[in-house]
Design a protein around this ligand. Structure first.
Ligand SMILES: [Zn+2]
Ligand SMILES: [Zn+2]
Length: 175
């Protein structure tokens, strides 16, 4: 959806509020594509800061279908979006600067809501996804989901600290 911000960008002191739907049905971070399971409307507030400059405050929530980092089970990851961005009118932007790169979701005076939301989801993506805090993961040997019970594999991993002590012990013995 495109929203024309000409008024807000050019009229000093002007504010506007809008509630718009999110149209996209999935989100891609360039590597992976996630289905959007749920999404709220986006509450947007536009405020003129000075001539040619405006602030966009937004609030929304999306739920992405992601998988647990440990056991790969599918989870609905809630991504709350709360953002505040400053945008410039096209004639206020110095070409080739950061200003231009910061507002790729603007097309002239038009705000592309989908591009902005896409940007914000990217920033809000969790670095770790777990189906539950104490997910036991899957057995590295047989692949069983350990949340569903023990598999009986020998998963004894020697404590690395013990290995160090053993090395010291052996070193002493050689002397
Ligand atoms: Zn899990
Ligand atoms: Zn196993």
């Amino acid at each position: 959806m495109l929203i024309n911000l000409t008024d807000v960008l050019t009229s000093e002191g002007k504010t506007e509020e809008q509630q718009v739907p999110i149209e996209m049905t999935d989100f891609s971070n360039g590597l992976e594509k996630y289905l959007i399971l749920e999404k709220s409307l986006v509450d947007l507030k536009f405020s003129n800061i000075k001539k040619g400059k405006a602030q966009i405050d937004g609030k929304a929530k999306v739920v992405l279908k992601m998988s647990c980092d440990r056991c790969l089970k599918e989870v609905g990851e809630v991504i709350p979006l709360n953002f505040s961005r400053t945008v410039l009118a096209p004639d206020e932007i110095t070409e080739g600067t950061d200003e231009e790169g910061d507002q790729t979701f603007m097309d002239g005076y038009q705000l592309n809501v989908e591009d902005l939301i896409n940007d914000e989801i990217l920033l809000g993506l969790p670095t770790k996804v777990l189906c539950k805090e104490d997910c036991k993961g899957i057995c590295k040997q047989c692949g069983k989901n350990l949340n569903e019970g023990e598999c009986g594999c020998d998963t004894f991993v020697p404590d690395p600290r013990m290995a160090v002590i053993k090395d010291i012990f052996n070193a002493n013995k050689e002397v």
